[in-house]
Design a protein around this ligand. Structure first.
Ligand SMILES: Cc1ncc(COP(=O)(O)O)c(C=O)c1O
Length: 409
């Protein structure tokens, strides 16, 4: 399961690699909670596979046996692997990767390092994540900046025409959430990247929901900075995250915090920030979390991100189709580019009652609340909504069972 199965077509002109499908039975064995649960809350926090969970526990045990500093030094290659694993996942260099305690922490470290000047504009999308938008508002207030929210088009994606028209010399940043948490669309992040690069504007991409479900390539995405969390589609531990900074963009960013890990104290009154993305790290962190998150990135890469992406899309499409056939259920996604996040409402029950009823049948879902999504949900005429988020280890049988329980009000 852990090794990629592939064979080559014999066509001499094009030696295509034919990828075999994921071994779902084996994957589910490594996800023991699948025996007792239907876990459709992967956009909240997914289930860690055994190899990832074991790496976490192993290091905690080592810390207990030998001491925290001694354990870290013994596990140095596994700690270093974190950077290599994310470089493989995102198709970048190890010196462009840093560890963070959460996606919010990562995003804020980068955002506060951007030299924004009073009067400048920040362009963002209608589905920007709540905490990011709050940080924009807070910064706009203290630095006298202007935020411009680019509306979505008829497909539910950021309107590229509107974005193009909004670009000007006074734009200091484009901040976009790739896959929103409150809607199952995938925004055209690479097209936004092309615009940002053409105009030399810094581009900060929140990949919190896309990392682990979408095959990400930072060169194709064209972003200067990208952030994510461990616990969602990457299936890593809670309290872990990561960031990427393009090598060429590093010198444009001044971290607003410093310690003797992120910088070198060169003489009594002088210091130099590290010359890599780790200038955004703190010395103290969960070493076990970092090792396990590296293992989670490796797990995803070894299964194959293109296969993961295909299967997540296939399952989510099936779930939407089945839900649309149920009386009283309204599915909220439109458009073509969709993720593993499926949002819907029932005409019979409130979002919370429905979530509780599903939970009573051992089905995990979540509720997306209006008060956490004031940019997006009111514009779409929605209040609190239900969210079912599938991952590759879910099955068609689970979708069938989920819809049966949903139907039985
Ligand atoms: C799109 C998006 N960005 C950022 C975050 C924040 O992640 P974290 O809780 O790791 O800070 C979330 C969490 O739900 C999210 O969905």
């Amino acid at each position: 399961m852990y090794r990629r199965h592939f064979s080559y077509a014999s066509n001499a002109n094009a030696r295509r690699v034919i990828i075999m499908t994921l071994n779902i039975a084996e994957i589910r064995k490594q996800t023991p909670a699948c025996n007792d649960l239907i876990h459709f809350n992967n956009a909240g926090a997914s289930l860690s596979p055994l190899p990832v969970h074991q790496r976490l526990l192993q290091h905690l045990a080592l810390e207990q046996q030998t001491g925290g500093y001694e354990a870290a030094s013994q596990a140095a290659p596994a700690v270093e692997n974190f950077y290599a694993a994310f470089a493989r996942l995102l198709h970048c260099q190890t010196n462009e990767i840093a560890y963070a305690e959460s996606a919010t922490h990562a995003w804020n470290s980068l955002f506060h390092a951007i030299p924004l000047q009073p009067g400048q504009r920040i362009l963002t999308g209608q589905s920007e994540y709540a905490s990011n938008y709050l940080a924009l508002l807070h910064m706009a207030r203290s630095k006298n900046l202007r935020i411009e929210v680019i509306p979505n088009d008829s497909q539910g994606c950021i309107c590229l025409e509107h974005l193009t028209a909004a670009i000007g010399d006074d734009v200091g940043l484009i901040a976009l959430t790739h896959v929103p948490s409150q809607c199952g669309v995938v925004h055209p992040a690479a097209e936004v990247g092309r615009l940002a690069r053409a105009h030399g504007i810094l581009y900060l991409l929140d990949a919190c929901q896309s990392a682990g479900q979408v095959d990400l390539d930072v060169t194709e995405l064209g972003c200067d900075m990208l952030t994510g969390t461990g616990r969602k589609y990457l299936r890593g531990p809670r309290g872990t995250g990561f960031l990427y900074v393009r090598r060429e963009s590093l010198q444009r960013l001044q971290p607003d915090r410093i310690d003797f890990h992120s910088a070198r104290w060169t003489s009594e009154n002088h210091y130099e920030f590290r010359d890599d993305a780790r200038r955004f790290e703190s010395w103290e962190c969960s070493v076990a979390g970092k090792i396990a998150l590296g293992a989670a990135a490796d797990y995803a890469t070894q299964l194959g991100m293109p296969d993961i992406e295909r299967r997540v899309r296939m399952l989510a499409a099936q779930l939407r189709t089945t839900l649309r056939g149920l009386p009283g259920i309204q599915v909220h996604e439109t458009g073509e580019q969709l993720s593993g996040i499926v949002t819907f409402s029932s005409g019979h029950e409130s979002a919370e009652t429905l979530q509780r009823r599903l939970r009573d049948s051992s089905i995990n879902t979540s509720v997306t609340r209006l008060n956490g999504n004031l940019l997006d949900l009111p514009r779409r005429g929605l209040g609190d909504i239900n969210r079912a988020s599938v991952h590759y280890f879910n099955t068609e049988e689970e979708i069938h069972r989920f819809c049966q329980v949903l139907h039985n009000t």
